[in-house]
Write a protein that binds this ligand. Structure first.
Ligand SMILES: NC(=O)c1ccc[n+]([C@@H]2O[C@H](COP(=O)([O-])OP(=O)(O)OC[C@H]3O[C@@H](n4cnc5c(N)ncnc54)[C@H](OP(=O)(O)O)[C@@H]3O)[C@@H](O)[C@H]2O)c1
Length: 189
């Protein structure tokens, strides 16, 4: 596979990403962090193409209804039980490789970057795929109660990049919550 696989996530210190079907820090709204998510997943430098977001069924329903589908992006939802995309989603895939195949075949002329946006098992599958993977991780520096987690990022498989275009490496703070952006890239073996 030629396309880089990108994942984007915001994690608590214990790598928690969710609680009760929403974000662990809910109802705190980290607006700039959310803007970072929108900018990174939406921006395609290729005229006339859109990026693809791939997500599990629960992540789809964790997005407020008025924000679904994520605009200016091709939304693919993964489900083993659904027979048709949930209302508003563009495509349904029964497994991760079918989603990638869909992008590489039917959508190849209209799709640019691939962004995996959660949850747990979808991130895990993406990280185990062959080829180049990039992880855009927001490290939230405050612990909230979590029930869903990001898979471990191991130094034998991923290295932390010293910088990345469009991503600030400065300490961020909003709503009394500090966080940092990190970008990891897979190590080719
Ligand atoms: N902090 C963050 O950046 C972030 C990002 C994303 C999500 N979240 C949070 O994480 C939670 C949701 O994540 P989650 O891990 O619980 O669920 P999820 O991965 O979003 O959804 C799980 C469901 O997706 C489907 N699915 C997953 N992998 C599949 C595969 N390989 N093939 C086919 N279907 C697949 C299955 O649906 P069926 O049961 O329909 O078969 C599965 O039950 C929420 O709390 C959300 O707010 C946080």
């Amino acid at each position: 596979m030629s396309r880089v696989l990108n994942a984007i996530v915001a994690v608590c210190p214990d790598f928690g990403i969710g609680k009760n079907g929403t974000l662990p820090w809910h109802p705190i709204n980290l607006r700039n962090e959310m803007k970072h998510f929108q900018t990174m997943t939406q921006t395609s430098p290729v005229e006339g193409k859109q990026n693809v977001v791939i997500m599990g069924r629960k992540t789809w329903f964790s997005i407020p209804e008025n924000h679904r589908p994520l605009r200016n992006r091709i939304n693919i939802v993964l489900s083993r039980q659904y027979k048709a995309p949930p209302t508003g989603a563009h495509y349904l895939a029964a497994d991760f490789s079918s989603a990638i195949r869909l992008v590489e075949t039917k959508l190849s002329d209209q799709a640019d970057q691939i962004w995996v946006i959660g949850g747990n098992s979808v991130y895990k599958e993406m990280m185990e795929e062959p080829g180049t993977k990039r992880l855009l991780v927001t490290r939230i520096m405050k612990q909230f109660d979590c029930d869903t987690y990001f898979p471990p990022i191991t130094p034998d498989k991923f290295r932390l990049l010293p910088q990345f275009p469009g991503v600030s490496m400065e300490l961020q703070e909003e709503q009394g919550v500090q966080y940092r952006y990190e970008v990891y890239e897979s190590i080719e073996n």
